[in-house]
Design a protein around this ligand. Structure first.
Ligand code: ZN
Length: 207
């Protein structure tokens, strides 16, 4: 991580912690539940600061907390706190570091293409074709499991699911892992009867 960004992140987390600690003081008017939430958030911020100290990578969840803490400075367009420029830098950096859902990626492309009056109509068609492709049948799959994860056909609770993770390599080193979504979840008893014996005990124990 760039040193300057790192310092800016430290500042927003420490600054937010300071505000939250002030609100923990007696007579601050904050109720017990919100005080508890403040304490938890302070701890999570401290964990992120410790990761920065150790030079560890921040998780997507960490980055979201940084984004939340940075918001007050980002919205401070009159620069009353004197950190607006830095907040914009953090926000731009977060844009590059944080994962996008398919929907968010689509919306970014659509917005930028819309803003350019020279975008030919065929580009929008191409974009929407891709959208159709990644959301087949509006993602309404036929349900195969009930609310408790039991196969609707046979009642077994054991299923296999595929997860496709994406690893980011720099040279030979893995610097980041994007967790994949679960896909292709299949009942083992119905779909892989040959392998069911190895898992049968889970169903027996649960019934
Ligand atoms: Zn089944």
């Amino acid at each position: 991580m760039n040193k300057e960004i790192e310092e800016e992140i430290r500042f927003v987390l420490e600054d937010d912690n300071e505000l939250m600690r002030a609100a923990l003081q007696p007579g601050s008017g904050l109720d017990a539940r919100n005080k508890q939430l403040n304490r938890e958030l302070i701890k999570r911020h401290e964990k992120i600061l410790a990761k920065l100290d150790k030079g560890e990578l921040l998780s997507q969840e960490d980055l979201q907390l940084v984004r939340d803490a940075n918001e007050i400075h980002l919205n401070d367009e009159d620069n009353l706190n004197g950190r607006h420029k830095e907040a914009v830098e953090i926000d731009n950096w977060l844009d590059l570091m944080m994962e996008l859902s398919t929907k968010e990626a689509f919306e970014i492309l659509e917005k930028h293409l819309h803003d350019d009056s020279h975008t030919p109509a065929v580009v929008f068609r191409a974009l929407h074709t891709l959208w159709e492709e990644i959301t087949p049948n509006d993602v309404v799959d036929v349900r195969a499991f009930d609310e408790e994860g039991k196969c609707l056909k046979c009642g077994s609770r054991v299923s296999f699911a595929d997860v496709t993770d994406t690893l980011v390599f720099v040279g030979d080193e893995i610097v980041k892992r994007h967790d994949g979504d679960i896909s292709n979840r299949n009942c083992v008893r119905c779909t892989y009867p040959g392998q069911y014996r190895d898992y049968e005990h889970y169903d027996k124990a649960g019934s």
